[in-house]
Design a protein around this ligand. Structure first.
Ligand code: NAD
Length: 363
């Protein structure tokens, strides 16, 4: 199969859909790899590395779309890319159609085959192509929190791990899923005193089994949250209710009970946030302050670490890309139910219920 890797042109997107290692793997299976020149630059991969791995470099994004049967990328195509997409072309990338009406209509019109990373789903309901980005954001959360707890950045001026003779900071993690687990591990590793709250007792049992001694678990309810935030230095928002907006576990009135300079890192901001006062921010301007509480609410945290994020994402996507290239999308989706669930728009028809429901389109 002829596989194309365009450079991402969405604002501030430095990841790339395939690494030189991925190129080498697909070449081994006999496929042709067309990579747009400088596509890997933002993630630290040079054109020479792609060439050495066996890719042919093409000068423009139009060349890549023109010649490729399958496009592997990271973000959904943006308006400039719509006219480049060909009928029957397989697009393997994040789409998030349920929050993009214009994109949905554009892909219907282009009659492409859109296989969305975010809806590839295993039989245990895990989302294998979203997990890596949650892992990155989770591990980043205490790192960002620690930074904004510094006094010059308007934080309380407390060191997460403390020092001998001085108590460490208190970190509260709301939600003990992928993001919360990674956040708790890193915060604990830095020496903080960590509390993880979740509404799943089974999840709390699992966490209790493998977390270090400086992580305790507590059932998540309003009473416990109200108590805990009074003495928390850093709060990480990491809840998810699949398919729904995040619940506001910390409401505006609760901020007044928090100490000045407390930092909240609301990773769940992409689902509306679990702190009522959160709104999405960017890496250029990541924080704002309400009632002396520093809010960090960057909606694409992994974008700040494109090297790690690209490797983490492509580790997860490559086995699926190999399957799609070797078998073609129809046979690959027939054999692999997880991959089939990734199909969202096929030849002008919406085939994913959540997308049809979102925009009142027939399934
Ligand atoms: P997950 O499904 O693995 O975990 C969510 C956890 O929240 C579950 O354990 C669930 O039981 C728990 N939960 C639900 N309601 C709760 C409540 N009321 N109190 C406490 N816990 C509750 O999800 P995840 O992969 O960890 O993702 C968490 C959020 O982070 C999602 O909104 C995701 O989209 C977001 N995310 C954001 C970024 C970013 O850059 N900002 C990156 C990756 C993920």
């Amino acid at each position: 199969m002829i596989i194309g890797v365009p450079k991402e042109i969405k604002n501030n997107e430095n990841r790339v859909g395939l690494t030189p290692a991925g190129v080498a793997e697909l070449r081994k299976h006999g496929h042709t790899l067309l990579v747009q020149s400088t596509a890997g630059e933002g993630s630290g991969f040079t054109d020479e590395e792609y060439q050495t791995a066996g890719a042919t470099l093409l000068p423009t994004i139009a060349d890549v779309y023109e010649q490729a049967e399958m496009i592997i990328k990271v973000k959904e195509p943006i308006a400039e890319e719509y006219p480049l997409i060909k009928e029957n072309q397989l697009l393997f990338t994040y789409f998030h159609f349920a929050s993009g009406e214009e994109l949905t209509h554009a892909m219907i019109e282009r009659k492409a085959v859109c296989l969305a990373y975010e809806t590839v789903e295993l039989s245990n309901r895990a989302l294998p192509l979203l997990i890596p980005m949650s892992e990155v954001a989770g591990r980043m959360a205490p790192q960002e929190g620690a930074k904004y707890l510094e006094k010059p950045l308007k934080g309380r001026g407390i060191l997460l791990g403390g020092v001998p003779g001085v108590k460490p900071a208190n970190v509260l993690v709301l939600g003990g899923g992928v993001v919360g687990t990674q956040a708790a591990k890193v915060a604990a590793g830095l020496g903080a005193q960590v509390t993880i709250m979740d509404i799943s007792l089974n999840r709390l049992r699992e966490l209790d089994d493998f977390m270090p001694k400086n992580v305790v678990t507590q059932y998540s309810n309003e009473y416990n949250i109200r108590e805990a935030i009074k003495t928390s230095d850093l709060i990480v928002g990491a809840v998810l209710i699949p398919g729904a907006k995040a619940p506001h576990l910390i409401t505006r009135d609760m901020l007044k009970s928090m100490r000045p300079g407390t930092v909240v890192v609301d990773v769940a901001v992409d689902q509306g946030g679990c702190i009522e006062t959160c709104h999405p921010t960017t890496h250029e301007n990541p924080t704002f302050i309400i009632d002396d509480v520093v809010h960090y609410c960057v909606a694409n945290m992994p974008g700040a670490v494109p090297y790690t994020s690209t490797l983490a994402l492509t580790n997860a996507t490559l086995p699926y890309a190999v399957k799609l290239a070797n078998l073609g999308w129809q046979e690959a989706c027939r054999r692999d139910e997880a991959l089939r669930l990734g199909l969202n728009v096929v030849h002008g028809e919406v085939v994913y219920k959540g997308v049809a429901d979102a925009w009142g389109l027939p399934l």
